[in-house]
Design a protein around this ligand. Structure first.
Ligand code: URA
Length: 236
């Protein structure tokens, strides 16, 4: 029998904090530029495929921050451009920088298993990172690097129009939500991202789960929460 959908708590950063955050990133300007109301005529609206290609080319040639000096290549993102799930991590590591694809190292193997556990093939989701370039030595992204790069991700989210976003790890979660709250506080509730208010669930980074396998149970709870949202609120 169909049961009532779960009613997860929905949280959003305070309006003031979020406004400041988006303002600082120039994302408001981008969102209002791309809002349908601002489009004068369909004849001038780029087709989604063209937008993807334009965005891909912009990212490939990006020199907005110093990471362009040390990268092997940019790591744009991979997967189904119409995916219902978007998985967002932190930044490419050494292997990703070498291969030009996110989550292809050991953490990526675990991410693939986590996705399989909720019935998803890697190819059926879209996977991207907060940063498109590897920070040297895998250090944390700098605020200026995030500010330069996040607008690309916002454009990717607008093109994919996912049903749910899974933010993996503290850095992804904090930067997507414009908060310094610890990951433990961000898990277990449904947040909203961007103008479309896309539901966003936070979970542990697979690299952390490799070091702390005891936390996998909680990650499983997070995946089930995300799946319930992707499936339109279907209960377990
Ligand atoms: N960790 C991330 O956050 N992203 C990757 O692409 C690889 C490792």
């Amino acid at each position: 029998m169909d049961r009532a959908p779960p009613a997860p708590a929905v949280t959003a950063p305070s309006a003031a904090r979020r406004a400041h955050y988006l303002d600082a990133l120039g994302i408001d300007a981008y969102l209002s530029r791309s809002a349908p109301a601002a489009v004068a005529s369909t004849a001038t609206t780029p087709a989604p495929d063209d937008e993807w290609e334009a965005l891909r080319a912009e990212v490939a040639g990006c020199t907005k921050c110093r990471l362009c000096e040390t990268r092997t290549q940019t790591v744009f993102g991979v997967g189904d451009p119409h995916a219902r799930w978007m998985v967002i991590g932190e930044a490419p590591g050494a292997e990703e920088d070498r291969r030009g694809e996110p989550f292809v190292g050991r953490a990526g193997q675990l991410l693939n298993s986590m996705l399989r556990a909720v019935g998803l093939a890697r190819e059926s989701v879209f996977i991207a990172n907060i940063l498109k370039c590897r920070p040297p030595g895998n250090r944390d992204p700098g605020p200026d690097e995030v500010a330069s790069c996040l607008p690309y991700l916002v454009r990717q989210v607008a093109l994919v129009e996912p049903t749910v976003i899974l933010a993996v790890g503290r850095i992804a979660a904090q930067n997507l939500l414009g908060t310094d709250a610890p990951l433990a506080r961000l898990r277990g509730t449904v947040h909203r991202f961007g103008e479309a208010g896309t539901p966003l669930v936070v979970t542990y980074h697979p690299a952390y789960l490799l070091r702390s396998p005891g936390e996998k149970r909680k990650a499983w709870d997070d995946l089930k929460l995300a799946r319930s949202l992707a499936d339109g609120g279907r209960a377990e």
